[in-house]
Write a new protein. Structure first.
Lengths: 305, 758
């Protein structure tokens, strides 16, 4: 039996889907082998689980860790999503632990027999959810960058190839990203895959620089939907806006969306405008946006946390 | 004996130079054919000499003569080829290998030169020119072996010892032993006359003796020029002694004269360029360095320095205007500051560097009764190798900062790990050098300038308390402090590995002793004495009224009273330190507390690597004893501890406990060691805003933004709040717009924008 830590697999279903879309998380935290890894992986999976439960209903969060994170358990939890998840749903998978690569095949190290990259790829593809985020935070995870790429799937790996074999720091920083206000670049109270990746990869690089060490891992992101895939809600953000039932509020929301588009359009023209002209126009739109938001908040105050 | 092929070594040289600066030949076995050409070269008939050498290259049947002639004619590649051929013909000739070694030495390939000199000595163990060759290489490195080789030649071959005396003379003059140097030159002169060798170099060193005795119009200069009107070294050699005593302006004047009369004296052009750079005259320096490079493409110093000048394109040179003291105020005149900071760091570092420089000007002007006469130039180098080239022309130097007068160059905080380099202290130290150098027209001896700088670090600098590295205590235990009158030797010609740092600390303690016994004005009076040209013993007598030997006695007693107990218990302390760290590994925190307390009691001032204060604070934290952890770190900080992680934790703990002023003071300390941690600027700025100090918060948030943090919207928002607090709505609005441009739904920023525009 392998004494290495099984990978922590965190499935987080994105909240960017339409209102009826569900968000599924599977988190696997395995054995660490050495005490420092056991402790670190346990901390990482606990942090990820807390984020998951804040973001979706607890019954859509699967946590596998320690001796419970076996190949059989991983297969069973992903296969169960074949029937539970629908095409419109979102799926997030996170692997935390030790991975290995022998030049041909990637393996995720679990308690008991390992699971290889090809088998995991098949299991992921079999889940009907069209929008997927897979975060492989293990060592040698870069080996799966090409093989796991798929339509509708955003893939994040801790390493750029299978040859970066040192135990990784990425999972710890990714977990921190999902809870950090400073990762929420657009301040909407939610962390997208892109925001989490940007924050975590910068943190990883900074941690090596602070230690005066050469980086032994270089996180990668593949797939075009990372900026739209919401992985987590921030605890500080409070509950999301309630669903709009009042026609007046619906009109305000529509106005807000129009202002968002106008701002986006103005930003696209920034280079061709003088700075003071640009800022004056931006200010007009932003003030209107702030006023509209104020009216929305007044019309339907958010429930207390 | 080896029949080694030296293919390609000197052939790696670039094309030979057409003109060749004068190399004076002294060896008594030099072939007479070459001596005839040398005679013309020595009297300045360069064209005739060159033709003479070229004729020998063509006509001589002896490949050894061809090689030497080619070298003298400036054909390095040709010379190398002839030497290679000659070695096959004359494998047993020590003179041949020696001459070839001299070619390598002349092209800065000292390791190859040494090998050839050693091979020559294997053939003839007393061959004087080979020993002289080894001595010259050692002299270039300021090694003690210079004297050893030279004395061997004097003992074994007194007739051939002319160059040995020259080397001993140079070393003596460099050490300040002027009489001994002069005596050695007299011996050299006698040998030159006896053996009909050129006295030009001897005259140049004699002129250096006069210069060091403050006679600038030396008769030896005219004697040399009468023999050879184009002998540039008559000025360049004395200039070297100005350079090593840090009188760069005087050196520049002499070096200019050297190149005026000998325009292809490339070594002088190189030195002139280097020294112009020390005066921040970059545009004037460059053409000399470029010329030096063309004439001597083998010199790594020239190449590196030119590359450094090119790299100045990556720096921003920012002048800060003079601030004259208001009439009747207590402030000192600030003549202005020029900062040269890397473009990636200038936005963050500039306010802190400027503030520190301002504070040193205020402090030192009063403490040393001297006002600066021109702006100070301060340069910070993120790349340590660039800094090393700036100061010595070659990478790999171990210093943190250097002062050339009004110009200070040092490592930037990014050049070193922030737990080991307190940049604020380094700048404080270097600024003290500006004052001690300029107040004495650069006549201050090295030991005193360093001593004042170290003493000021301890007493007025941003990091309080004495910081004495452990090797210094070991040296004190072995009674290795030098008499004060000899202390310069510890810096210039160290005899054991740690002697330089020991000398620094001894000098600092001496200045501390003077200030304590004779007052701060005692130090100022010492500077006056040095400015008037007094040596150390004379200065002590004149400024303090006691003899140097009485001073040494008093100082020894002072050291014993201050540090005797630490020295006596050093071994015990080290054992307990080791035991403490093993206990930390075992995480037995209760035991760590007790053991750390014992270690601290033995040596309370020790706050460097592995400090027991850090271990004790950690143990208290692990045991949930927050207040004790805090008080331990406060004591650590009071004694000058500066581990940034420890200080940041302390600052935050104090802030969270409502001890706002103390928290802010600690944050300020963190910036003196780790100014490039974005989160420190952010947190410090937040707490300054909470303490209603928006002007200072603004500086922090500007630095935070300049560091391009991940969350730019947040950085702009913080900056906007501080502008609004300062009632600068225009700037506040601007930064709010930038924040909202990134994050249009940023609620807090939206609210503030509405407040501003309504």
């Amino acid at each position: 039996m392998s004494v290495r830590i099984a990978a922590a697999v965190l499935l987080v279903v994105g909240a960017a889907a339409p209102a009826h879309a569900e968000l599924y998380y599977v988190i696997v935290g395995g054995l660490g082998g050495e005490a420092q890894y056991t402790e670190q992986f346990a901390k990482d999976t606990a942090a990820l689980a807390a984020v998951a439960r804040r973001t979706t209903a607890p019954n859509r969060v699967t946590l596998l860790q320690g001796e419970g994170a076996t190949r059989e358990a991983v297969v069973k939890s992903l296969e169960s999503l074949r029937t539970k998840a629908k095409a419109a749903d979102n799926l997030v998978v996170m692997l935390v632990g030790h991975g290995s690569y022998d030049g041909e095949a990637y393996k995720l190290n679990l308690a008991g027999p390992d699971i290889d990259g090809d088998e995991l790829a098949k299991l992921l593809t079999a889940v009907p959810a069209r929008s997927q985020l897979v975060v492989n935070a293990t060592s040698a995870s870069g080996a799966v960058l090409d093989k796991w790429a798929a339509e509708g799937r955003t893939l994040i790996t801790a390493t750029r190839s299978g040859f970066e074999r040192n135990a990784t720091r990425f999972a710890q920083h990714f977990a921190a990203a999902l809870a950090a206000g400073s990762a929420d670049i657009n301040k909407n109270g939610a962390i997208t895959a892109q925001e989490a990746f940007d924050y975590a990869s910068r943190s990883v690089a900074d941690s090596f620089e602070k230690d005066g060490a050469l980086a032994t891992e270089h996180p990668q992101l593949k797939g075009g939907a990372a900026g739209r895939f919401t992985v987590a809600r921030l605890a500080s953000a409070g509950p999301p806006e309630p669903a709009v039932t009042n026609p007046a509020v619906a009109a305000l929301v529509a106005e807000r969306e129009k202002l968002d588009e106008d701002i986006e359009s103005l930003r696209a023209r920034r280079e061709s405008m003088a700075t003071d002209v640009y800022l004056a126009e931006l200010q007009k739109l932003l003030v209107q946006l702030a006023e509209v938001q104020g009216k929305i908040d007044a019309a339907q105050p958010r429930p207390a946390q | 004996m080896t029949a080694r092929a030296w293919l390609g070594a000197v052939a790696a040289c670039a094309a030979a130079t057409a003109a060749q600066a004068l190399t004076i030949e002294y060896s008594l076995d030099r072939p007479k054919e070459l001596l005839a050409c040398d005679e013309q070269a020595n009297r300045g008939a360069r064209a005739e000499a060159a033709a003479c050498y070229r004729r020998l290259v063509t006509a001589s049947t002896d490949s050894r003569i061809k090689a030497d002639a080619a070298r003298a004619a400036g054909d390095v590649r040709g010379a190398n080829g002839f030497f290679q051929a000659a070695l096959k013909e004359y494998p047993e000739d020590p003179a041949l290998r020696t001459r070839w070694g001299e070619l390598f030495a002349a092209t800065h390939q000292n390791n190859e030169a040494i090998k050839l000199f050693e091979e020559a000595l294997e053939l003839d163990g007393t061959y004087a020119p080979a020993k002289i060759g080894l001595a010259k290489v050692a002299a270039g490195r300021y090694e003690e072996k210079t004297g050893e080789w030279a004395k061997q030649v004097i003992d074994e071959k007194p007739d051939e010892a002319l160059e040995a005396y020259l080397l001993l003379a140079r070393a003596a003059l460099e050490d300040g032993a002027i009489d001994a140097g002069d005596d050695a030159l007299d011996e050299a002169l006698e040998l030159a006359e006896d053996h009909d060798r050129s006295p030009l170099e001897i005259y140049a060193l004699k002129a250096s003796v006069d210069l060091l005795r403050n006679t600038t119009n030396s008769p030896w200069t005219q004697r040399a020029l009468a023999l050879n009107a184009g002998y540039g070294d008559i000025y360049a050699i004395p200039a070297h002694f100005y350079v090593i005593t840090r009188r760069y302006r005087e050196a520049i004047a002499l070096l200019q004269k050297a190149v005026d009369i000998e325009p292809d004296l490339y070594t002088a052009h190189a030195e002139l360029g280097q020294n112009l750079l020390r005066e921040n005259k970059v545009d004037e320096a460059r053409p000399h360095l470029e010329l030096a490079f063309r004439g001597d493409p083998f010199s790594a110093v020239n190449v590196n320095t030119l590359r450094l000048i090119d790299s100045f394109d990556n720096f921003v040179l920012t002048p800060h205007a003079a601030k004259p003291a208001a009439p009747g105020s207590n402030a000192a005149n600030n003549p202005g500051v020029l900062l040269r900071l890397h473009k990636d760091e200038t936005a963050v570092l500039e306010p802190y560097v400027l503030d520190l420089v301002d504070r040193t000007i205020q402090a030192y002007s009063k403490r040393y009764n001297f006002e600066l006469k021109q702006p100070v130039i301060v340069e910070l180098y993120p790349d340590h190798d660039d800094f090393a080239v700036r100061i010595a022309g070659l990478p790999g130097i171990g210093l943190l900062g250097v002062t050339f007068g009004y110009l200070v160059a040092m490592d930037s905080p990014t050049g070193r790990a922030d737990s080991s380099f307190h940049w604020g202290t380094t700048l404080w130290h270097e600024m003290a050098h500006v004052f001690t150098l300029e107040a004495t027209n650069h006549l201050v001896p090295r030991w005193f300038s360093e001593g004042v700088s170290v003493y000021e670090e301890w007493s007025t600098g941003p990091l309080k308390g004495r910081h004495i590295p452990l090797p210094v205590f070991a040296a004190m235990k072995e009674d290795k402090f030098l008499p004060v009158a000899e202390l310069d030797r510890g810096f210039i010609r160290p005899e054991y590995e740690a002697q330089v740092i020991v000398s620094y600390m001894q000098a600092g303690l001496i200045c501390e002793y003077i200030a304590g016994r004779f007052g701060q004005e005692g130090l100022a009076r010492m500077l006056d004495q040095f400015r008037d040209g007094k040596d150390t013993a004379q200065a002590i007598q004149g400024a303090l009224g006691i003899s140097a030997s009485d001073f040494d006695e008093g100082f020894a007693g002072y050291v014993d009273s201050q540090l005797g107990s630490v020295v006596a218990q050093l071994d015990v302390w080290q054992e307990k330190q080791k035991d403490l760290h093993e206990t930390v590994q075992s995480e037995n925190w209760q035991s760590v507390v007790g053991k750390a307390a014992e270690v601290i009691e033995l040596f309370p001032d020790y706050v460097d690597e592995g400090s027991a204060y850090i271990a004790k604070a950690r143990a208290h934290r692990e045991l949930g004893e927050t207040a004790l952890a805090t008080s331990t770190l406060l004591e650590y900080r009071k004694r000058g501890g500066y581990d940034p992680d420890a200080l940041i934790a302390l600052a935050r703990t104090l802030g969270d406990a409502g001890r706002s002023d103390e928290s802010l003071d600690v944050f300020k300390d963190v910036l003196m060691v780790a100014p490039l941690r974005a989160e420190v600027h952010r947190d410090y700025g937040d707490r300054l805003m909470s303490a209603n100090r928006p002007r200072e918060a603004l500086v922090e948030f500007q630095a935070f933004l300049a560091m391009n943090p991940q969350d730019l919207a947040d950085a702009h928002y913080r900056l906007a709040k501080s502008y609004v607090a300062l009632e600068d709505k225009a700037k506040g609005r601007e930064h709010l717009l930038y924040a909202l441009e990134i994050a249009p739904h940023y609620r807090e920023a939206q609210q503030l924008l509405l407040e501003i525009v309504r």
